[in-house]
Design a protein around this ligand. Sequence first.
Ligand SMILES: C[S@@+](CC[C@H](N)C(=O)[O-])C[C@H]1O[C@@H](n2cnc3c(N)ncnc32)[C@H](O)[C@@H]1O
Length: 254
Amino acid sequence: MANSYTALSQYYDLIVASGYYDYGAYDAYARTLLAQLGDHRDVLEVGVGSGLVCERLLELSGARLRITGIDDTASMIAQARARLGHRVELIRHDIAELTALPAFDAAYSVARVWYEVEDAADTALCSHLPEESDDVRALKNLAAAVRPGGSLLLAVQQGHRTFQRPLPGGLVYTQEIRMAGSTEGGMEGGTEGGTEGDRYVKDCFVRRAGEVLAHQRRRFRVYPQDRADQLLAECGFHFEAGTGDGLLRQYLRT
Ligand SMILES: C[S@@+](CC[C@H](N)C(=O)[O-])C[C@H]1O[C@@H](n2cnc3c(N)ncnc32)[C@H](O)[C@@H]1O
């Protein structure tokens, strides 16, 4: 399945713990999220994954927040359930297809489904949904679920790059980034689009002694920030501000 996390999910926490996020980051994201959430109580995490940032946010907030996590990968939801127990409501669903959501004061997303990457001059919005029409549908679903005056908080992370890193137990993690449609490295032939240079492919491998134990291919698109802000506004989320530490961009539900 395109963009599925199933193959890599059992290694996900190991990869993150190896320093995947350059901000080091879950504690910092959780602290900034908590500050931005203010007195909001009912909160949705889009792409909750194995629950790492959610767990930290719960720890910091005490019993104040009621968090619901959405994720479309069963094996990630299973890890989140094991980590978070029943402190969090978990929904297995594709955010682009989910219309019947309860009402939330705020929503946030860290490292998917939408997230900001630092560019040389600015930030840019990454989306892992296949087409702009999917982003519009999903953002409108989300806007319908966030109360007016509520927030959408998108995490900022460093740009994608190709690298390799050792993991515990003799494992090695490699990620390779290239433009979609490129046949560089012979990994993918064909014409996959890339019409406006906005589409990328990210191949992630976990190997031991050269043997591939897991391979995951994800495709993503990048919107220049002004175009992203326009798209978000059309869907009901107006840019408010970036946080002083550079970790989040806040959009207000109008
Ligand atoms: C990189 S993980 C991030 C998990 C978590 N936010 C964290 O920071 O650790 C991204 C998650 O987004 C989920 N995801 C990707 N596309 C999705 C979609 N369309 N709807 C719901 N979840 C999605 C994946 O299954 C994966 O678990």
